[in-house]
Design a protein around this ligand. Sequence first.
Ligand code: DQA
Length: 137
Amino acid sequence: MKLIIINGPNLNLLGKREPEIYGSKTFADFFEELKSKFNNIDLSYFQSNIEGEIIDKLHEVGFEYDGIILNAAAYTHTSVGIGDAVKGITTPVVELHISNVHAREDFRHHSFIAPAAKGVLFGFGLKGYELAIQSFI
Ligand code: DQA
């Protein structure tokens, strides 16, 4: 099974960024843990702070991979383009957020991705990525 995690803007700062919300572990360290936990899965990781690069990656993997775990971060709430890309591909997408976006500011309550997602996971911290992988298994 071929899965990819796509993280959006500012998630390269995990471990340093607002640790009270996002935790103190870097994604690089966490990704190593994930790979050893799910060592029978072909799991890859892509992060970009650039909207168009996220769209390009969705196009690249979105007709071939078995699943995409997408944390589009702030673009979730603003990007018609990423929402359209998720609608345009055939690989199922699980939308994910580390924090409970519904317990935060109103602008985080709307997602352009959710209507086209297979499912949405939020509020479980980094553990959410494991739950998302399990949802594809
Ligand atoms: C986030 C939630 C978004 O609202 C925010 O802009 C992020 C991270 C999360 O994982 O909790 O950057 O997607």
